[in-house]
Ligand binder design. Structure first.
Ligand code: FPP
Length: 252
């Protein structure tokens, strides 16, 4: 049976609820271009981007997608001007403070991925509080990738595994994909079924690397501040058209 979500606003986009992705990961790109086209500051683009975050989280929750990862700040984004970095840190802070009640009401658990030690103390504090406050929520997990880099993730996992080997706790011959998977920051999460990147860029940009092995990739020209419920549904509809074979042959 097809469902039309969320919710009945877009009857042309019907989805099969039994074939929704378990994990959607999004590279939220294009805030700066969205703002420039309107003669606004880059920060205004980020502010509008926050509204898209809320809309997409709500829609994914209504749809029943169990995991959503948002690439909010890359390890390389620290190279941006400090005024923009500071604004983004404040924006993340404000998002967590203002959204906690709503997240609790909707049963959403927040996780943080990445080198969060680099974040400003005030943001780290509220992030830790939100992660703790929401840890018992079971309807959906929203992972915020903050100061995240895919290569750094692999490096950290390698160090962790090497330490276990050096300590005699792990035999090198027992290192398999599962061991690596559990050493990554995404340990315990399923691999993304669908990766969405907005703004027309066709790159992974050091987001998940190991985790994307069989992920379906979806690129759209829509800039992140314009990416709302309809665009998410379009991405999911495109995903449902894909034939996922994982290297095998399709049945029939
Ligand atoms: C990329 O657009 C976007 C970012 C580096 C920041 C993402 C942040 C948000 C969407 C704000 C809200 C997020 C949360 C989690 C509350 P860009 O600045 O690189 O755009 P451009 O390529 O057009 O310059």
């Amino acid at each position: 049976m097809a469902i039309t979500l969320p919710l009945n606003d877009f009857p042309e986009l019907s989805l099969d609820p039994s074939r929704l992705p378990r994990h959607v990961a999004i590279v939220m790109d294009g805030n700066g271009r969205w703002a420039r086209r309107r003669g606004l500051s880059r920060n205004e683009g980020h502010r509008r981007g926050k509204d898209s975050v809320r809309a997409v989280v709500e829609a994914a929750r209504e749809l029943g997608i169990p995991y959503l990862t948002l690439f909010a700040f890359s390890a390389e984004n620290w190279q941006r001007p400090s005024s923009e970095v500071n604004f983004l840190m404040q924006l993340f802070h404000r998002y967590l403070v203002t959204e906690t009640k709503r997240l609790m009401k909707r049963g959403i658990r927040i996780l943080a991925l990445g080198d969060t030690e680099r974040l400003p103390p005030r943001l780290r504090e509220v992030l830790a509080e939100t992660v703790t406050a929401t840890q018992g929520n079971a309807a959906m997990t929203v992972a915020l990738a903050l100061s995240y880099g895919g290569r750094q993730d692999v490096v950290n996992a390698t160090r962790q595994i090497a330490r276990a080997v050096a300590a005699g706790k792990l035999n090198p011959d027992d290192i398999d994909q599962g061991v690596i998977d559990r050493a990554l920051t995404t340990s315990g999460m399923p691999d993304p079924d669908l990766l969405i990147r907005t703004s027309g860029e066709l790159r992974i940009s050091n987001f998940f690397l190991f985790q994307l092995a069989y992920t379906e990739l979806y690129f759209t020209d829509t800039l992140w501040p314009d990416f709302r419920e309809r665009e998410l549904l379009s991405a999911l509809a495109a995903y449902q058209m894909r034939d996922r074979r994982f290297g095998a042959l399709s049945p029939g």
